[in-house]
Ligand binder design. Structure first.
Ligand code: PLP
Length: 396
């Protein structure tokens, strides 16, 4: 077969034709419990009736207008985000990567406007901020940057969670610190709340802007609207995407008035960012996630899932090492290649996502039910047992 799609993905031999809640149906009729949710995108599951209605209603009225005009759906979503967060101002993008690009530009422009330009942005190993030339330079990993140089200069990558290294590196030359409160691709690695508070204090002392990448851990995934809320701090700039569109491509940069002040007319733009279709869906997602009780329920379900996973780890010590993460952003640190577990899960009808640091990611829809959690862990249990019985570990 002639490959007509650039082969940058290692795809599983699965194609899905229908989704409903936490379930996906494949071409051959097999049903899968979706504990990947499009990698934390389908926050409200598949085909949520309220999102289908919001999209259909908007699609029948108006698909696209340029940002040369006021877009009421965009304004509504911006207002909802500002009301529910630290932010004073929002710019909409189509993806997390585009949000990263703007976050970088905004931070540098802030210092330019101060009349004392600072370029250096501190980042952390294991980070993932997207695949643009700026975002790969920010993350700096060999796998992502190899062959794509020269890279955008100005990034300095520090060891993950190493506060001593951070204290030594941050100073009057630091433009910003850019960090995921919980690394996703890096292997569900949370930064300790105390370290996040220390990071905020170090930024305040040096003047550096704090950019939080909540593309994967935001939008209710940890049981709070945004993960940084657990630490009681606020960023200056924040990237959001994935869950905010519930499956419709949408991202955003949220900022304080001060951090965003230098982004004046003509300094940035996007043809599709803040498109009426995306924002109509995004506003509905926000209304549902911020409705009273929704996030408490996420917290309860997360506790249930975590407890079941602790049991799974105890039952399969040759396969699993530990559970980590927060809320419904959980990882199983594995003793076997996580890709093997993903494949074994496919045989049992459960979808999970591999990550770095030998971690298997579990990112179910926030609407997952208690019964679905029980069923998912039963399927993972069978997958682990099958893997344990397999002759030899394969390499990935
Ligand atoms: N930042 C984080 C933390 C992510 O997890 C991702 C995607 O996985 C991105 C940025 C990039 O987002 P996108 O793929 O929408 O461009």
């Amino acid at each position: 077969m002639i490959p007509t799609i650039l082969p940058t993905y290692n795809r599983a031999p699965l194609a899905f034709v229908r989704g409903e809640g936490s379930w996906l149906t494949a071409e051959d009729g097999r049903r899968f419990l979706d504990f990947g949710a499009g990698i934390a995108v389908n926050a409200l599951g598949h085909a949520h009736p309220a999102l289908v209605a919001a999209l259909a209603e908007q699609a029948g009225r108006l698909w696209h207008v340029s940002n040369l005009y006021r877009i009421p759906e965009q304004q509504r979503l911006a207002d909802l985000l500002v009301q529910a967060s630290f932010a004073d101002t929002v710019f909409f993008t189509n993806s997390g990567t585009e949000a990263a690009e703007l976050a970088i530009k905004m931070a540098r422009r802030y210092w330019f406007a101060q009349g004392a330009p600072r370029a250096e942005i501190l980042t952390f190993d294991g980070a993932f901020h997207g695949r643009s030339t700026g975002a790969i330079a920010a993350a700096g990993s060999e796998k992502m940057v190899k062959g794509f140089g020269p890279l955008m200069p100005g990034f300095r990558t520090l060891p993950w969670g190493d506060m001593t290294a951070l204290e030594a590196a941050i100073g009057a030359q630091t433009c910003a610190v850019m960090i995921e409160p919980i690394q996703g691709e890096g292997g569900i690695r949370p930064l300790a709340e105390a370290d996040l508070r220390r990071l905020r204090a170090l930024c305040d002392e040096s003047g550096a802007l704090l950019i939080l990448d909540e593309v994967q851990c935001g939008m209710g995934r940890t049981g709070r609207l945004f993960a940084h809320e657990w630490a009681g701090i606020t960023p200056d700039i924040m990237m959001v995407a994935k869950g905010i569109g519930g499956g419709f491509p949408l991202g955003a940069v949220l900022a304080t008035e001060r951090a965003g002040a230098a982004m004046t007319q003509g300094s940035h733009g996007s043809t599709y960012g803040g498109n009426p279709l995306a924002c109509a869906v995004g506003a509905r997602v926000m209304e549902i996630i911020t409705a009273p009780g929704f996030l408490d329920e996420v917290g309860r379900k997360a506790g249930h899932l975590r407890q079941k996973l602790e049991g799974l780890v105890a039952a399969h010590p040759a396969i699993f090492e530990a559970v980590r993460g927060q809320g419904l952003m959980l990882g199983l640190k594995c003793r076997r290649p996580p890709a093997d577990l993903v494949r074994a899960g496919h045989e049992e009808g459960i979808l999970t996502v591999p990550a770095a640091d030998e971690t298997l990611r579990l990112l179910p829809p926030l609407t997952v039910t208690g019964n679905e959690i029980d069923e998912a862990v039963a399927r993972l249990d069978r997958a682990a047992a099958a893997l344990a019985a397999a002759p030899a570990p394969s390499s990935v």
